[in-house]
Design a protein around this ligand. Structure first.
Ligand code: NAG
Ligand code: NAG
Ligand code: NAG
Ligand code: NAG
Ligand code: NAG
Ligand code: NAG
Ligand code: NAG
Length: 487
């Protein structure tokens, strides 16, 4: 059956149009608090402004009689919270716009007063300041529409939703849009960050981003626009998926099975091989996904033949599969990424060596844990959009975005761990180069990349065109007041 997915994003971070780091990191900017007050007076009761602290904040006295929501309530903490504590920053106030008009007024006041701000969809960004700020924090949490149109096979999604919410809501209809594979990931950041590549359904249905039919946007000058694109993903039903936990005794078998999987042809199947280092011990976690009640014979046999310490593969609903993966509630973390053209055994072994090498170096850091996630998409989950129709150039056939994740607990270890995660990605890049891969020209996946990565590594030759779009739609550089990738 043919289907279309429409994602409506009310979002101010169109094309990540940002620049000028210097105006942003101003934690004590005296213009911020008055701007919070100005916004509180301008918005309708559909929206609310929240402050940290006690109920008797000076803010409430100043604005007696004005409906601001529960000042000092848990909503401030809820608004600024991220799944990693290291990406949460204390803003002066948080704003929950409840209508397009109020979002528009909010961004206009921010633009007029030139105050730092951030926009949060789901809060899964690992880089600080990408969806957090010391200034004004805009939480999109009130945009929660999930309007499924069974005739048109489209769904309208609010920019404050998590994919978890979306999967649960659409499950009764037997519909799965191509979204995130981990829990806690927002619809907005995933999609805008080029989530085009990394859904469980990518092998079968191509790229998540290509399924977007329309974006509803509030531009940096406050003007509301609808932006449309064409696409054609399909409709999906039950599936099979889960985890295998395997000891490092079987690394060779794991690597062989991973290599063999890549030469397979069943697009309903998808895997992630994760080399994990945790609490001084290494292990392998294999995530297997099959879009259907029963995997085709043979697809996962090589993995299933490896003795597993824990095997909880089962036919389960998509929400249950997503809900059972990933780390939540950890304290600090950062990601990095290396792209390669497929995986060689040399690269897999080098990743295991990196995991051991840095694990042993960092194991004294409280709560240290690392994951090297090998993501062998089948050859050519080709873009269904015409070349050049999205900001992210189409990846080549066999494009493999290895995701590296480090988690730890103490802020004092930040410099050490950040240096390590930078070095480990550099080393793996050298390994691929030594194999003759032209890795410098391979695109990186921006949602995995560490802050400081050049945007040409994500957008390639599209950067010039995107800069022009940025200047056209944001001539005053309002988005330069927010964090994120810079044009
Ligand atoms: C606080 O946030 C929660 C969760 O989004 C929401 O249900 C509640 O209405 C909010 N409270 C106020 C006073 O806005
Ligand atoms: C549902 O989709 C159909 C086909 O695209 C369209 O004609 C109809 O207007 C849509 N309904 C709503 C409520 O948007
Ligand atoms: C970490 O390993 C030590 C020693 O093997 C063990 O005592 C401890 O319980 C482990 N901690 C966790 C959180 O697994
Ligand atoms: C699989 O194991 C994970 C980790 O122990 C657990 O969270 C999840 O609920 C399990 N899933 C099933 C379907 O048993
Ligand atoms: C293991 O990794 C370290 C750190 O990148 C590197 O110096 C070393 O040469 C690697 N060893 C092997 C056998 O690849
Ligand atoms: C980790 O701590 C132990 C015990 O304090 C110490 O002997 C060891 O040298 C430390 N290792 C590293 C890599 O710092
Ligand atoms: C806002 O920007 C858009 C796009 O550049 C432009 O079309 C529109 O006229 C602007 N609105 C205002 C009020 O300046």
């Amino acid at each position: 059956m043919f289907s279309l997915v429409c994602i409506a994003l009310l979002s101010t971070f169109y094309v990540h149009a940002v620049a000028d780091e210097s105006v942003r990191r101003t934690g004590n900017d005296p213009k911020v608090l008055p701007s919070c007050q100005e916004i509180a007076l301008a918005i309708s009761p559909a929206s609310a402004v929240f402050m940290p602290g006690v109920p008797h904040s000076p803010f409430r006295v100043l604005l007696a009689g004005v409906e601001l929501g529960a000042i000092g309530s848990s909503n401030y903490s809820y608004d600024i919270e991220h799944y990693l504590f290291s990406s949460t920053e204390d803003s002066v106030c948080s704003i929950e716009p409840g209508s397009v008009e109020d979002l528009s007024k909010t961004i206009q006041i921010i633009a007029k007063n030139r105050v730092p701000f951030a926009v949060k969809g789901g809060g899964h960004a690992t880089n600080p300041e990408f969806s957090s700020t010391c200034g004004i924090h805009i939480a999109m949490s009130r945009f929660r529409e999930i309007n499924y149109n069974s005739t048109g096979q489209t769904v309208e999604l609010g920019a404050g939703l998590l994919w978890d919410d979306v999967y649960v809501a659409l499950e009764p209809y037997g519909v799965i849009p191509p979204g995130a594979r981990a829990p806690g990931v927002g619809v907005a950041g995933f999609t805008l960050g080029g989530g085009k590549w990394v859904s469980w359904l990518a092998n079968e249905h191509g790229l998540a981003m290509d399924s977007v039919l329309e974006y509803d946007l509030v531009l940096p000058n406050g003007t509301f626009v609808s932006v449309t694109q064409d696409s054609s993903p399909d409709l999906f039903f039950g599936l099979k998926g889960g985890f295998l936990f395997i000891s490092t005794d079987y690394l060779d078998q794991v690597n062989a099975a991973t290599m063999k999987f890549m030469s397979g042809v069943d697009p309903k199947a998808s895997i992630i091989t994760n080399y994990e280092y945790s609490n001084g011990t290494q292990s392998v976690i294999i995530q297997l996904f099959y879009n259907g009640p029963n995997p085709a014979p043979g697809v996962f046999d090589d993995f299933l033949a490896i003795p597993a310490q824990l095997n909880n593969l089962t036919t389960q609903t998509f929400p249950s599969l997503i809900g059972s993966s990933g780390a939540q509630g950890v304290v600090r973390g950062r990601g990095n990424t290396v792209s390669s053209l497929g995986y060689s055994e040399t690269f897999l072994k080098a990743s295991i060596n990196e995991s051991t090498f840095w694990g042993n170096k960092l194991k004294n850091q409280t709560g240290f844990r690392s994951l090297y996630s090998i993501e062998p998409f089948l050859p050519s989950p080709d873009s269904q959009s015409p070349p050049g129709s999205t900001a992210f150039p189409s990846p080549p056939s066999l494009w493999s975005p290895t995701s590296i994740t480090y988690l730890w607990e103490d802020a004092s270890a930040d410099p050490l761990v950040l240096s390590a995660i930078t070095k480990t990605a550099k080393h793996l890049t050298l390994v691929s180069k030594a194999e003759g891969q032209d890795i410098d020209s391979l695109l990186l996946y921006s949602n995995y990349a560490i802050a400081g990565t050049s945007i040409t590594r994500f957008y390639g030759s599209n950067v010039g065109r995107l800069r022009k779009i940025k200047y056209k739609y944001d001539p005053e550089n309002v988005m330069g007041l927010a964090g994120g990738w810079k044009f």
